[in-house]
Write a protein that binds this ligand. Structure first.
Ligand SMILES: Cc1cc2nc3c(=O)[nH]c(=O)nc-3n(C[C@H](O)[C@H](O)[C@H](O)COP(=O)(O)O)c2cc1C
Length: 150
């Protein structure tokens, strides 16, 4: 399911864009920056302020999540089924420490959303179709980002 490459990208770029659908079939896409890899078949994020995503997955637990490394111009596309773990269930308590890298923010965690992965694919920018080099992409895009914030 999750390859070594995918796990590296997700653990470095923990911001995943989560797509869910409401009961009318309308899509809802929102970023979650607190993704943690559980194992080859499971990912989780902390629910802090995601009312629409929670409402949607309570009705339809299917989601798609995209992660992108904006420097390498590569990403991971995941389809999965969600399960909400409520605070203070024993499972919540057991998993909570995995979010420790977010420090003080963890005080605001209300639930954990566990995603059972049914498909995971690597994706890349079409720039690679015309022969781009990964190291070159990293250097070009690092420089663009540096200039944006100087
Ligand atoms: C960069 C970024 C990271 C975020 N990370 C999280 C997160 O990990 N958990 C969360 O609940 N909300 C997170 N949010 C906030 C939600 O995406 C935001 O409150 C959104 O409006 C909730 O949308 P929803 O109700 O459609 O899920 C993040 C927002 C941004 C911009």
């Amino acid at each position: 399911m999750l390859t070594k490459n995918m796990k590296k990208l997700i653990s470095q770029h923990t911001l995943g864009f989560v797509a869910s659908v409401n009961d009318s079939g309308q899509p809802n896409l929102s970023p979650k920056g607190t993704f943690v890899i559980v194992d080859d078949k499971h990912l989780m994020f902390s629910e802090i302020r995601s009312p629409n995503t929670i409402k949607n997955i309570q009705i339809n637990p299917q989601v798609e999540v995209n992660f992108v490394d904006p420097f390498k111009r590569k990403g991971v596309r995941i389809k999965g089924i969600c399960r909400i773990i409520e605070k203070p269930d024993a499972e919540f308590e057991r998993l909570f420490d995995e979010f420790e890298q977010w420090g003080e923010l963890t005080r605001l965690i209300r639930r954990i959303v566990m995603i059972d992965i049914i498909d995971a694919k690597e994706i890349s920018s079409p720039i690679y179709d015309i022969g781009a080099d990964e190291n070159e992409m990293v250097s070009v895009w690092s420089e663009k980002y540096r200039q944006m914030y100087e």
